[in-house]
Design a protein around this ligand. Structure first.
Ligand code: NAP
Length: 525
């Protein structure tokens, strides 16, 4: 019986994106406040490592803190050593034969349960994201909703791929193609979508029948530990995954190099992604496969504002894309490329909107922007702002914002030339470079003048120019007359070109194939 038949596909509703909680409803607001209090009361707990079902303490603790109030410890996590990293790969690999033979329908059922648990615990996860990642309520809500979407979407995808695929039938033969899992994979997410990306990469691996060693970001290990609780409650066997808090620079290479590692699913910076790709390519003694690397990396995303754009809507889109979650999205707009005919007017409209943005502790919903993730990020971003002041003209912001957290003013620097560092390098903070283009063709050419190719947007009312953007704007996710952030699972499969990554298209119909290999079977009748 196919997975599809087993689960009764007819009874599974069509995929729909998880609706966001409306925090303007007083009852929802009260519930969120209650969750923030309850989660704060659980601060400072100790979390053990999980190695294929075994709980391990090393005594050396990683302290994750609240970037809005750096004195507050959110969670204390035992840190993995290189020896434990090796052990985790071996123990998690040992469970692969059993897990890979678990019927796909059963794995799908577990995943649907995980989605239901996340939905039930949504406010609680929102609160962990507010505290550990510095997300505003709405940004946290979008992150948790996306995690639910990944579970629901990949469950349906596995039903589709879990049945044998139609092939041409030769006379006298029964011919079929089936998808089989790969082995043990290493899952390495970033901190900026500490639930959605971690959950998405993990459940894609697991539902496809692989086992996984998860190495969460050192900035957000508590959210990872909470997600592991969800997997437990959903019925995923504890031996199917390991969760290793610990420094990427200490255990990352060990996990990637290990000869039993079959694939690496990474999302993070370009430098770390390129390193992983290089290390994974080197054959190790005893290794019996070419490792597969799925690497989604940085961005230097541009919004083109044409002379024929609706300027108010372009300004709204640029502000939301550049400063939502403090500009710490791989899809964030860090370059506005504006036609010379509307350049002055665009800046006149942009400046007051940016100056109105409020910055402060993320748990206070009156703040549009919270803190950046940590002190090192704060320093690096402020350094880029100083560089930007020499490369262009400061229009808004330009320094730290008051408060004990890692707060930075939303900053706009205009007249930035395309060779400037702030036009070329990913800053990953609330800093927008504005550059003048001679005309629309020049704007598209400037938008493409970067090593990256993740997201981009164009604002124009001219259909011919929209068509030109469709053909010539080289980005994995292109948006027309809307902001360049906020990809939705199913509608906007996500992944970048060039040094933005392997274009894996998370949340799309090609994604699970990256965690599977196809086996063709021909039987002579
Ligand atoms: P990062 O510094 O590259 O870290 C990402 C992950 O890699 C973390 O878990 C980190 O662990 C780990 N790591 C560090 N060194 C490693 C090594 N040598 N081997 C293996 N793993 C290692 O990135 P980040 O600061 O967390 O995230 C921000 C970046 O992610 C930005 O560049 C952003 O554009 C990108 N991003 C891309 C996408 C996308 O879909 N394209 C989505 C989100 C974010 P530690 O925390 O312990 O160092």
């Amino acid at each position: 019986m196919s997975a599809e038949q087993a689960i009764g596909a007819g009874s599974l509703p069509v995929f729909r994106n998880e609706p966001y909680t409306d925090f303007s409803v007083p009852a929802n607001c009260r519930e969120m406040e209650g969750s923030l209090d309850a989660v704060r009361a659980a601060f400072g707990r100790e979390y053990e490592l999980r190695i294929a079902g075994e709980r391990v303490k090393t005594g050396e603790l990683l302290d994750s803190h609240n970037p809005s109030r750096p004195g507050e410890t959110v969670g204390l996590h035992h840190k993995a050593t290189p020896q434990l990293a090796r052990q985790a790969i071996e123990a998690t690999h040992a469970f692969f034969p059993e897990w890979s033979r678990t019927p796909a329908a059963k794995r799908v059922q577990m995943l649907l349960r995980a989605s239901a648990i996340l939905r039930r615990r949504k406010y609680e996860f929102d609160a962990w994201l507010v505290y550990e990642a510095g997300k505003s309520w709405m940004e946290a809500e979008a992150d948790v909703s996306e995690a639910i979407d990944f579970c629901e979407y990949y469950a349906r995808e596995m039903l589709r791929l879990g049945s044998s695929r139609p092939t041409v039938q030769l006379p006298g033969e029964k011919d079929e193609l089936v998808y089989v899992p790969l082995g043990v994979g290493v899952v390495i997410p970033p901190w900026n979508f500490p639930l959605a990306i971690l959950a998405g990469m993990t459940v894609a691996a697991l539902v496809a029948g692989n086992t996984a060693v998860i190495k969460p970001s050192s900035d957000t290990p508590t959210i990872a530990a909470k997600f592991a609780e969800v997997l437990d409650e959903a019925g995923f066997p504890p031996r199917a995954f390991s969760l290793l808090a610990g420094s990427g620079s200490v255990i990352g290479d060990v996990l990637v190099r290990h000869p039993l590692t079959r694939f690496i699913s990474f999302t993070g910076s370009k430098d770390v992604g390129l390193r992983i790709n290089e290390l994974a390519a080197r054959h190790q003694p005893g290794q019996r496969w070419i490792k597969r690397v799925i690497a989604e990396m940085g961005g230097k995303d541009a919004i083109v504002v044409d002379s024929e754009a609706d300027l108010d809507s372009a300004v709204t889109g640029v502000v939301a894309s550049a400063f939502g979650y403090q500009g710490q999205k791989c899809s964030a707009c860090s370059r506005a490329i504006v036609d010379t005919a509307v350049y002055g007017e665009f800046l006149d409209k942009l400046k007051p909107k940016v100056e109105q943005l409020t910055v402060g502790p993320a748990e206070d919903p009156s703040n549009y922007m919270g803190p950046v993730i940590n002190e090192a990020a704060r320093r690096a971003i402020l350094n880029y702002i100083d560089i930007g002041k020499t490369e262009g003209r400061l229009v808004a912001g330009g320094g730290p914002a008051p408060g004990e957290g890692y707060f930075i003013q939303p900053t706009v620097i205009a007249d930035v030339p395309p060779e400037a560092r702030i036009f070329q390098e990913e800053i990953f903070g609330p800093v927008l470079a504005v550059t003048k283009a001679r005309d629309f063709d020049h704007a598209l050419e400037l938008a493409n003048r970067t090593d990256y190719g993740l997201t981009g947007a164009v604002y124009t009312k001219n259909p011919k120019k929209l068509q030109a953007a469709r053909e010539r704007f080289f980005a994995g996710n292109l948006y027309l007359n809307r902001k360049c952030t906020g990809a939705m699972v199913g509608a906007h499969p996500f992944g970048g070109f060039n040094l933005s990554g392997t274009d894996s298209k998370a949340g799309g119909p090609d994604y699970l194939l990256l965690f599977l290999q196809a086996k063709a079977i021909a039987e002579k009748l």
